[in-house]
Design a protein around this ligand. Structure first.
Ligand SMILES: Cc1cc2nc3c(=O)[nH]c(=O)nc-3n(C[C@H](O)[C@H](O)[C@H](O)COP(=O)(O)O)c2cc1C
Length: 514
């Protein structure tokens, strides 16, 4: 039997505080001014993308005790930006990364419910646990929670916000001017949530939003992160964008769904992907080479190497060989707050691999760093890139991609004008939005009224009668968190056709798109 053809999902990642941006390019604009956000959002909406995505970084990174000035620094607040974007777009989903480690559920639930109202049902929340103690120093609690505790807090945090979103059913406000009755029940929005992390009760003050709850994204990659996604998320922002890695990740995470009573179509896998387009494949390859040279100057190469070596290497020549000295495997004091530090759990082993690669190919420090931090997932003519994207999606390496342009804010324009029409011609990408909400763009079924995490089953509403107000929702423990079997229905998988060439994915990449 022929496999049904999947629809490709595409999203635009606003290039944030990271080295994937070529800020020094004459075409690059501000990553702070609203006009840049508006430009990218309008381009993404014109191209019928599912959503615009904002990562979160709550502290400027430091290297050697100084702000890492080769990186792009500064990031406006997520909710403020997304709320403003809601006003200049009509259909585009608006996804914000907000961590569960340093925030409070009531506040986050208010913010997302408000965004969902303001945008008419386009809000998504990327729930991250955030990885560095350094960021934690900005907050009341200071420091950091160990990873296990962060995920436990994330689970119960999400459950608490879920309780808040669901504390309104959506039919409580009647605003009957003739009778003078505004609410059907005085206890609308009543909630209670008690567990080891949160002890909260009251009445939630944002009535049910158009989507009921924001779409939930997850981005962690560990065992805990994958389980968290399988139990609770609608989509994963992953770093596995190549064919083999993507297929392994896809199979692994989707394979975890049945134990939570979920089906593969209820969780989308959307890796980050970069791209370089040219008139021909050869043009694109040359452009890609130039972009990499812009992204990794000699100075940047040394900074990168210091992050793994955990030593001051400023005396080394970036055009010379790797240092003879080994990395310092102790606590990384040189690159505080760098997401990529986490990638190198075993710095000595990574350094040995890098040395072998450099020796085999006679690479200088700069050439090696260009090689091992290679960030270009798709390089080629529009036809080649469209083919590669579709092939990866049809081969179940992903359900689509979150594209990270390297030029802010115009880096998506060419993709929108040249690659998207080719995907539309193939019948694998929409030409018009199916509906107004992000859930619809993603092919996720609307929430059912009775949908609630199992933890809430003991306190779920048995009667929807307006005359019989429900008691405050009382919640269970984090151990009962996974969703129930009826969490959502099968999405539209698109029209049938066939797929063609194998993809030529780029090398694995350390992640630093915070
Ligand atoms: C693709 C990807 C994107 C991420 N984006 C963010 C982000 O924007 N902000 C943030 O604080 N953490 C981000 N994280 C970090 C995760 O929230 C998580 O803290 C980290 O991956 C550690 O969890 P893990 O060991 O399960 O991967 C991201 C992780 C991945 C894999």
């Amino acid at each position: 039997m022929t496999k049904p053809v999947k629809q490709v999902h595409l999203a635009a990642h606003f290039p944030g505080v990271n080295n994937t941006t070529v800020w020094s390019d004459p075409r690059s604009g501000s990553h702070i001014e609203f006009s840049s956000f508006a430009h990218l959002a309008r381009t993404a909406e014109r191209a019928k993308f599912d959503f615009l995505f904002l990562a979160e970084g709550l502290r400027l990174r430091e290297q050697n005790g100084e702000i890492y000035d080769l990186d792009v620094v500064g990031r406006p607040d997520t909710f403020t930006v997304l709320a403003a974007l809601a006003a200049v777009t009509d259909r585009l989903g608006l996804a914000g990364t907000i961590n569960s480690t340093f925030n409070e559920p009531y506040e986050v639930a208010r913010q997302f419910a408000s965004l969902d109202h303001l945008s008419g049902g386009r809000a998504a929340w990327n729930v991250v646990t955030s990885w560095d103690a350094f960021t934690g120093e900005n907050f009341r609690r200071g420091g950091f929670l160990p990873q296990h505790a962060r995920y436990e807090r994330a689970r119960t945090f999400l459950q608490a916000t879920w309780d808040l979103f669901d504390s309104w059913r959506g039919d409580e406000i009647i605003a009957d001017q003739a009778s003078g009755q505004f609410l059907t029940e005085a206890k609308a929005g009543a909630f209670e949530h008690h567990d080891a992390h949160f002890d909260i009760s009251g009445q939630f003050n944002v009535p049910r939003s158009p989507q009921g709850r924001p779409v939930i994204f997850q981005a962690g990659d560990s065992e805990e992160g994958r389980e968290f996604a399988a139990s609770s998320a609608d989509a994963i922002f992953s770093r596995h964008g190549t064919l083999a890695e993507g297929q392994a990740f896809y199979a692994d995470v989707k394979g975890r769904l049945p134990k939570y009573g979920r089906t593969p179509d209820q969780l989308l896998i959307l890796p980050a992907a970069t791209f370089v387009l040219g008139d021909t494949d050869a043009d694109a390859a040359e452009l890609a080479r130039q972009v990499r040279l812009q992204q990794v100057s000699g100075q940047t190469a040394i900074k990168f190497l210091e992050q793994l070596w955990n030593r001051d290497l400023s005396g080394y020549d970036p055009d010379g060989p790797l240092p003879d000295i080994d990395p310092d495997p102790g606590e990384n004091t040189i690159a505080r707050g760098r997401a990529s530090v986490r990638m190198y759990r075993d710095p000595l082993a990574t350094a040995a691999q890098w040395r072998a690669k450099a020796a085999e190919r006679r690479l200088s420090i700069r050439e090696l760093i260009i090689e091992v931090t290679g960030r270009q997932t798709f390089v080629g003519s529009p036809a080649t890139v469209a083919e590669a994207i579709n092939t990866l999606v049809q081969a179940d390496a992903s359900d689509g991609f979150i594209l990270v342009p390297h030029i802010t804010p115009g880096g998506l324009d060419e993709f929108a004008d040249t690659v998207v029409p080719l995907l539309q011609e193939r019948g694998v990408f929409r030409s018009g939005y199916e509906g107004p909400t992000l859930r619809e763009h993603l092919g996720l079924a609307p929430l059912k009224e009775e949908t609630s995490p199992p933890s809430r089953l003991p306190c779920s509403i048995s009667s929807r009668s307006a005359q019989a107000p429900p008691p405050p929702r009382r919640c269970g423990t984090a151990s009962t968190w996974p969703r129930p079997r009826n969490a959502s229905a099968t999405p539209d998988t698109g029209s049938p056709s066939t797929i063609s060439i194998p993809a030529s994915p780029g090398p694995p990449r350390p992640s630093s798109w915070l």
